[in-house]
Design a protein around this ligand. Structure first.
Ligand SMILES: [Zn+2]
Length: 418
């Protein structure tokens, strides 16, 4: 059997123009523009006026936590963790994580996300799920060393990094210390060195709640970002999830070091942290900012379009200022364009052929300025087609593997008593 020809899309709409997009054999964009047309007799994917947009980047999640969705959602944080999450996580097998992550990939694909940042147990199972689903991800093994031997945790972190790096392809290996309250000073300094030596990104929860900041001030005499910086862990490779309680000095420090902050508005509201990440101050400080869903345990959805609307609304509401965020900035935050470290895939020749085609006939996109519609009106039902590396993962909203993935994930959840 001969290899299929690289994908050619014709009749798509980009910035008000009808254009074509030709993929190369290596899964990148070979040509893009009004002159890209099918040759006589050449087979093309006719987009029929569908709107071409870059895909979304989910900058922070715990994919396999889809297994925990809808479980104990009305409990406060600590009883929820102690009664519903931790006892079940202790029983997790790689196959549980694999099918939970496949379910997450299904959900992210249909809501337009093609790359995500993940931190969860059995990360090799998540990596396999991402590769099988055709998406891209930056993945790290969560590191905790409280109550254990830091040297053992450090050896495990190095081993996981090497194992994830061996995946290659769509997987980027990362380090993932859980937080400054679950990982001690010695291990954080160790990870800073390992990151510098290997070039691996570091993802960490930071400044999610006020008690975390108060404890850091009490124990270390510094705020969380300054503490990380003193340990050498604030660099252009660092991605900070949450950043709700960062002050102006911390934002200036984060910007100076080139680190990224990923806001997770739905999870922050659901866990009732009492504040919202301050985009106007982050923008003024020139911090690189992305958007994430966090895990399905605390959101409970992985639909980044929902988080995008929440993020923009929350910024305007918290600032009591309808100009607190522009629709262009909001959209660029969701596609990763405001944080190059997140690995966004812009629509340009030579870039990966990752893109979405939106149904122009959905009522929410029919009228008005498209970017404003995308931020405030559109939901995932507008996502018609999803392409990653020139491969069509979904067309007409159809995901061929959906029924099997849902059935297998259900089996794993019921095995765990969820
Ligand atoms: Zn998280």
């Amino acid at each position: 059997m001969s290899k299929p020809a690289p994908l050619l899309v014709t009749g798509a709409r980009l910035d008000g123009e009808t254009i074509g997009l030709r993929c190369a054999d290596d899964g990148t964009i070979a040509a893009l523009g009004p002159d890209v047309l099918a040759a006589p007799g050449e087979e093309a994917f006719e987009a029929a006026g569908a709107i071409l947009v870059p895909p979304l980047v989910n900058g922070h999640t715990h994919a396999a936590m889809t297994l925990f969705r809808g479980s104990g959602g009305d409990l406060p944080l600590m009883p929820w963790l102690e009664e519903r999450i931790w006892p079940v996580e202790a029983k997790l097998e790689p196959d549980d994580v694999y099918w939970g992550a496949r379910l997450a990939c299904l959900e992210m694909t249909r809501s337009g996300t093609t790359r995500f940042w993940d931190m969860y147990w059995h990360p090799e199972a998540t990596a396999q799920a991402v590769a099988d689903a055709g998406l891209r991800a930056t993945i790290g093994a969560p590191m905790f060393d409280r109550g254990g031997d830091p040297k053992v945790a450090q050896a495990e972190a190095r081993e996981s990094l090497e194992m994830l790096a061996a995946f290659g392809g769509p997987i980027t290996a990362a380090l993932a210390p859980h937080s400054i309250y679950m990982v001690g000073e010695e291990s954080l300094a160790f990870l800073a060195e390992l990151s510098a030596e290997s070039g691996a990104p570091v993802q960490i929860h930071l400044s999610e709640t006020k008690p975390e900041v108060d404890d850091c001030l009490g124990e270390r005499g510094r705020r969380p970002a300054a503490y990380l910086d003193d340990l050498g862990l604030l660099s252009e490779r660092t991605v900070l999830a949450h950043g709700v309680w960062l002050d102006d000095e911390e934002l200036a420090l984060i910007a100076a070091r080139g680190a990224t902050v990923v806001s997770n508005p739905a999870a922050n509201m659901k866990l009732a942290v009492g504040k919202i990440f301050d985009w106007p101050s982050a923008r003024a400080a020139e911090v690189q900012v992305g958007l994430g869903t966090d895990g399905a345990g605390s959101n409970d959805s992985l639909d980044l379009l929902t988080d995008l609307k929440l993020f923009a609304l929350a910024q305007r509401h918290a600032a009591a200022d309808a100009t607190a965020i522009s629709v262009n900035d909001a959209w660029e935050i969701a596609t990763g364009a405001k944080a190059p470290a997140l690995g966004a895939t812009p629509l340009a020749v030579g870039e990966p052929a990752d893109f979405l085609l939106l149904d122009p006939a959905v009522p929410e996109l029919a009228i008005g300025e498209a970017t404003a519609d995308l931020v405030y009106a559109v939901d995932r039902t507008a996502v018609d087609t999803v392409v990653v590396a020139g491969k069509v993962l979904m067309r007409g909203g159809v995901q061929p593997e959906r029924n099997e993935v849902v059935a297998r994930a259900r089996e794993r959840a019921s095995r765990l008593g969820l």
